[in-house]
Design a protein around this ligand. Structure first.
Ligand code: ATP
Ligand code: MEV
Ligand code: MG
Length: 402
């Protein structure tokens, strides 16, 4: 039985969400919260006997799904599969067949938002591996639908595991110091994973810019504009506190709402997107500035804070703020800290810039006050690794995740 696993990080967007969908630059960074996906390919003999199935175990919502391979073949493999080496979009016919397959499962009404992820899963699995029997398990540190790129981390880790199982993506070496067995992937393989993950994101988001899957695949801190990615080298890592307002929202609907506003007020919104572009360009130059002394670091942080504040104002213009986000802004401002929403907004997560000189005592007070509103705070490392994989027999996977 072949076993492999992949993990992909979530992300924060420092500047430029939404405007990036309309061609502006944006700046994003990977965070050390991961989605892990493991895959066990089951013997083909079961398939010949007609007993084979594709199973999916989603640990976080605590749901499992199973599709007989014969049923998948009948419903989905009408088109000639082009193989895993070339990422291709999900056709409207394929999407409709996937929707019919999902209707055969009773997804609880309270978890109906999962159908987008399930559709992306069925598309990626059957496109990359065909209708082979297998068992896929997914677990995540990321809150789902909160702006930290859970959909992208899901599609990237899934594509990474499936392409590794298909034998077209391979590990190139260990990650020093971690000792967990996760290994890095070469540049060309990452490009392929990213292209497949983007096709999965399109099913979940409708019209993604591609920034979330790119930063989850390649890691680090990046500037992203019209599909072009620039790696940003930062000598002083930016420290951010993330607050999850726990207000659920859906990126697809928020992105569509901004596009509708842009078609109603095209000149005004073009000016907003243009202003965001300038902010992102400035943020990317500031994070790359080498700062060697306390004064230089403080002035760098002040500039970053001002740009974040300006970006938040423009996100309000786009109509994607929310009363819960405004509560986080007011709470952190009491401590002279600047915050902005991150990801699609409408609830979800908010970033607060943590200046290097802020004492732990004050930080703990900020967190306590935010948590008194029933928000949840995360302290994260910013700008780490992207996709990592683990091939059969490693310590990352032994029926469960480490
Ligand atoms: N671990 C997971 N298991 C199953 N489905 C998932 C998982 N993570 C994400 N999804 C799918 O992605 C959807 C959330 O995607 P959405 O783009 O709305 O939010 P996000 O990616 O967390 O935030 P943002 O796009 O603003 O960064 C979920 O509703 C679900 O369909
Ligand atoms: C809102 C958005 O800009 C970022 C979501 O993390 C959507 C996208 O770029 O695909
Ligand atoms: Mg998303």
């Amino acid at each position: 039985m072949e076993v492999c696993a992949a993990r992909a990080p979530g992300k924060i967007i420092l500047a430029g969400e939404h405007a990036v969908v309309h061609g502006s630059a944006a700046v994003a960074a990977a965070i050390d919260l991961y989605t892990r996906c493991s895959l066990r390919l089951l013997p083909l003999a079961d398939d010949e006997a007609g007993a084979a199935a594709l199973e999916l175990d989603l640990r976080d919502p605590g749901l499992t799904f199973s599709w007989p391979c014969a049923r998948l073949r009948e419903a989905l493999l009408t088109e000639e599969a082009a193989g895993p080496r070339e990422a291709r979009p999900c056709s409207l016919d394929q999407l409709a067949s996937i929707a019919r397959l999902l209707e055969e499962h009773e997804i609880p009404e309270a978890k109906i938002w999962l159908s987008a992820g399930l559709s992306a899963f069925l598309f990626l699995y059957t496109s990359i591996l065909g209708c082979r029997p297998g068992k896929v398990t997914v677990s995540s540190d990321l809150p789902m639908g909160s702006g930290l790129g859970s959909s992208a981390a899901f599609c990237v880790s899934m594509s990474g595991a499936l392409l590794t199982a298909a034998g077209v993506v391979a590990a190139v070496g260990g990650i020093s110091g971690e000792g967990t067995g996760w290994e890095l992937v070469g540049k060309d393989d990452l490009e392929l994973v990213n292209r497949w993950a983007f096709q999965g994101e399109k099913i979940i988001h409708g019209k993604p810019s591609g920034i979330d899957n790119a930063v989850s695949t390649f890691g680090s801190m990046i500037k992203f504009k019209k599909g072009e990615l620039t790696n940003l080298k930062s000598s002083n890592p930016v420290k951010m506190l993330i607050t999850d307002t726990r207000v659920g929202r859906n990126t697809k609907a928020l992105v569509a709402g901004v596009s509708e506003r842009a078609s109603r007020h095209s000149d005004a919104m073009a000016a907003v997107f243009n202003a965001v572009n300038s902010i992102s360009e400035e943020v990317s130059s500031i994070v790359e500035l080498a700062a060697n002394d306390e004064i230089a670091i403080t002035s760098k942080e002040e500039k970053l804070a001002e740009l974040m504040e300006m970006n938040q104002g423009l996100l309000q213009c786009m109509g994607v703020s929310h009363s819960s986000i405004e509560t986080v802004l007011r709470t952190t401002l009491k401590f002279n800290l600047v915050s902005k929403l991150t990801g699609a907004g409408g609830g979800g997560c908010v970033l607060t810039l943590i200046p290097t000189l802020l004492s732990n005592l004050v930080l703990e007070k900020v967190i306590a006050e935010l948590e008194s509103h029933s928000f949840r705070c995360f302290k994260v490392e910013v700008g780490g690794q992207g996709l990592q994989v683990c091939q059969g027999g490693c310590s990352c996977f032994n029926g469960d995740f480490v």
